[in-house]
Design a protein. Sequence first.
Length: 146
Amino acid sequence: MIKIGEYEFDENLHYFTGGDGHIWLKKLDNGKVQVGFDDFGQKLAGKILFVRTVPVGKERPKGKSLGTIETGKYVGALRCPVTGTIVEINPDIKESPGLINDDPYGKGWIAIIDPNNLEEDLKTEFVFGEADLKVWIEKEVAEHVK
């Protein structure tokens, strides 16, 4: 984990910057990807009270809604970081949506997607690695944190 200001990031993940951004992506050994909401996004949103996702089996284009999160002051879209089919939704976040706040890179993951063309999708609207992540997050902090 690396710390950028008060935010933590797993430097081994890819971070989607498109749309509302702040979705992380982890490549799995089976060719699928696991996705979740990053630490900056969850802290900016506040305590997550409810998560609504599209159903398993649904194909989603990159950048379109994967679902929404709701807090006491915010309802926001979770953007699909790649084009592909939703193969699993984390059942634990339905029961305990606060897992996204408590453990965004672990138990708070949101979905597993079978991507159509992962390598193509990763070429745009993603940051990877500490240097690029730091530049992006510093810009996000300046724009969104008052």
